[in-house]
Design a protein around this ligand. Structure first.
Ligand SMILES: *Cc1c(COP(=O)(O)O)cnc(C)c1O
Length: 379
């Protein structure tokens, strides 16, 4: 089955009593045993719930994985995965990863006995040099947020495998519709389903997808023991959101390409970062590992010509807000908002400047969106 069909149907048929077309919500904390030692597959919702199971089956199918665990947030998924590491283990990751992941690694797990190398993941040699005897995991985010740097999935994962290191990919930015890291041998994929998978900015959630029985056992244990699983109603919302993933991603992409092209031609814009533009320096890699460009873009405003305040005060259709991946367009200032927790040094290392503006392009009319940007940028 193609991914469009899986998005609508995989895992969703769960009602054998009334044949409801849509997966029922089971808002129960506990399940009755038929008799001592015998139940119908579920005993307690933290450990398992039929609505959540439907979502997990669905996302696993989209990624082409063996199974998945749906978690309360994206950070909950990332936290659970990090617990695969033991004190003394070393993790290699990018210097431009999602701000919340950076904070979790640096301010929490570094103090629990793990060590991290935050490096330029676009450079395979640098990754090779960062590998130590105790390196347990390579954490990959591609395209990066917000500058859309691409990490070579095939060679980075191959390098990890050759050294027995776990390769984990945060696939939030493209969703399985545009990128499927298991095709390159990834061990684990995580998502913030808050973003494109749910797509409607009305729920937070995460997921861990795996392709191996042993990893499945560990992840299922961790998600239950840590207590980070997704609530039934939230699972149901994400499952509903995913049904339209394919159409949404196509429209996000069409709009983003039009907006990026417009911004690139504007004299008050110094630089545009979008994977669908010819000016993106990693064309070959984009073609090789991505099935599309997605809906995220960033640009550098020429603040010698227009101030950030003036620009931001004139955008209304683009709502000034963090987060991304919803049907509505959002705009924000990474330096003071989404990436502020990285601190000035972390920000500089990642290439973000005070002039960087990030846009999550929605599915509204591209004409309306461009009209507003034209007006906000001025002459
Ligand atoms: C939002 C996001 C997360 C964190 O997910 P939450 O649902 O906000 O906890 C992790 N990684 C990336 C790339 C994200 O965009």
């Amino acid at each position: 089955m193609d991914i469009q069909t899986k998005a609508v149907l995989a895992g969703t048929v769960k009602d054998s009593i009334y044949n409801s077309v849509i997966t029922p919500i089971y808002p129960t904390s506990t399940f009755r045993f038929d008799r001592l030692g015998q139940h119908k597959g579920y005993d307690y919702t933290r450990s398992g719930n039929p609505t959540r199971a439907a979502l997990e089956e669905n996302i696993a199918a989209l990624e082409g994985g063996l199974g998945a665990a749906a978690t309360a947030t994206g950070m909950a998924a990332i936290t659970a995965v990090m617990f695969l590491c033991e004190p003394g283990d070393h993790v290699i990751t990018g210097n431009d990863i999602y701000g919340g992941s950076y904070r979790l690694f640096k301010d929490i797990f570094s103090k629990k006995g793990l060590s991290f190398s935050f490096i330029n993941m676009m450079n395979l040699k640098e990754i090779g040099k960062a590998i130590q005897k105790n390196t347990k995991m390579i954490w990959i985010e591609t395209p990066s947020n917000p500058l859309l740097h691409i990490v070579d999935l095939q060679s980075t994962i191959a390098l990890a495998k050759s050294k027995g290191i776990l390769a984990v990919i945060d696939n939030t930015f493209l969703s399985p519709y545009f990128q499927r890291p298991f095709e390159f041998g990834a061990d684990i994929i995580v998502h913030s389903t808050t973003k494109y998978l749910n797509g409607h900015s009305d729920v937070v959630g995460g997921t861990i997808v795996y392709n191996d029985k042993k990893i499945e056992e560990k992840i299922k244990f961790l998600v239950n023991a840590l207590g980070v699983s997704e609530a039934p109603f939230d699972s149901w919302l994400v499952l509903r959101g995913i049904k339209t993933l394919a159409c949404r991603m196509e429209t996000h992409q069409q709009n983003a390409l039009k907006i990026a092209t417009f911004l690139e031609s504007h004299p008050r814009v110094k630089k545009v970062y979008y994977t669908g533009l010819k000016s993106h320096p990693q064309q070959a890699l984009i073609k090789k590992q991505m099935k599309g460009f997605g809906g995220m873009l960033a640009f550098e405003l020429d603040t010698s010509k227009i101030s950030l305040d003036t620009f931001f005060s004139k955008v209304k259709l683009f709502q000034l807000a963090e987060s991304l991946g919803g049907v509505e367009s959002l705009i924000e200032h990474p330096w003071t908002m989404s990436h502020a927790s990285m601190g000035p040094e972390g920000l500089k290392a990642s290439g973000i400047t005070q002039e960087t503006i990030r846009v999550s392009v929605g599915i509204e009319s591209a004409n309306d969106l461009i009209g507003e940007l034209k007006n906000a940028l001025g002459k």
